[in-house]
Design a protein. Structure first.
Length: 281
């Protein structure tokens, strides 16, 4: 008897969803502008705000006139920006002749931008009021799949390096082919592999009914990252790294791979505006 009641319940539920599927669905074409911020004690101190955009396709299944569950897919493109008025540091090194020395470096203004592209899939629940003009509130989670490796670009202003040899109490400011001297301005590029992301999203706004089958959404949203995006590889590099190689004595490393920030995270907050054009079925 109990099994019959359970079977009857699920049969009725399945029939309800099937009957309503043809008349309680909605597809949306959406676009959004994003403002990315980095906050919290664990975030990168050099991280700056940046802007981006997303476009996508959404789907909602209405449970009744006011509640719906939704999913979809969207493409996000933006940059993560790091900047500092100056950078300086030292490291213990050994030169090509086997002599130990202290490698010193300093630079003026520094900036690095990391390209961030991902396909994102949401799972959300939405409540909306009744009427021609409706207020809506949408919340849920987003999974972001990174699109390949991310490119980064760096700008170093007035980079200078030297080598201090304590054995002779002497500091060498040249030659440049050995990695010492006034290197000047440098621009470098490279790639890093960002992790896929999880985030929580909250969106609210108004839904304007245009006709019997079309609606226009205008809203604002807040998104909070739930995991660290930085590469999974160990961050062990110096900003400016000396290599005992006359052909290429210096390596300029991404902020994401630098050891001084190994305990920091990248879990950005996003704010923005969103517009959606909906088709009801």
């Amino acid at each position: 008897m109990k099994n019959n009641s359970i079977n009857t319940f699920f049969s009725c539920l399945a029939a309800f969803l099937f009957v309503n599927a043809a008349q309680a669905q909605e597809w949306q074409i959406e676009g959004a502008g994003h403002l990315i911020q980095h906050q919290g004690d664990d975030s990168f101190p050099m991280a700056k705000h940046s802007e981006g955009f997303s476009v996508g396709l959404g789907y909602s299944h209405y449970l009744n006139n006011n509640w719906s569950i939704g999913t979809g897919i969207s493409y996000l493109k933006t940059e993560i920006v790091f900047a500092a008025p100056s950078i300086r540091g030292t490291s213990a090194e050994v030169d090509t002749e086997g002599d130990s020395f202290e490698f010193r470096y300093n630079t003026g203004y520094f900036e690095e931008s990391v390209q961030w592209q991902s396909f994102r899939v949401p799972l959300t629940v939405q409540f909306e009021t009744s009427g021609v003009v409706r207020w809506y509130l949408r919340t849920g989670v987003l999974y972001g799949l990174q699109v390949g490796n991310s490119k980064y670009r760096q700008e170093w202003n007035n980079l200078k390096t030297s080598g201090y040899y304590p054995e002779w109490d002497a500091e060498l400011n040249g030659p440049e082919f050995a990695g010492f001297g006034n290197i000047g301005d440098r621009r470098t590029e490279g790639t890093v592999k960002l992790r896929n992301t999880f985030s929580w999203v909250l969106e609210t706004g108004v839904k304007q009914t245009l006709n019997t089958s079309n609606d226009l959404y205008l809203g604002v949203f807040f998104e909070m990252g739930l995991n660290d995006m930085r590469p999974s590889t160990a961050a062990e590099a110096q900003p400016v790294e000396y290599i005992a190689d006359m052909d290429q004595p210096l390596t300029l490393n991404s902020v994401l791979n630098q050891s001084q920030y190994k305990d920091k995270t990248i879990s950005p907050f996003m704010f923005g505006f969103k517009i959606k054009y909906a088709f009801e079925f």
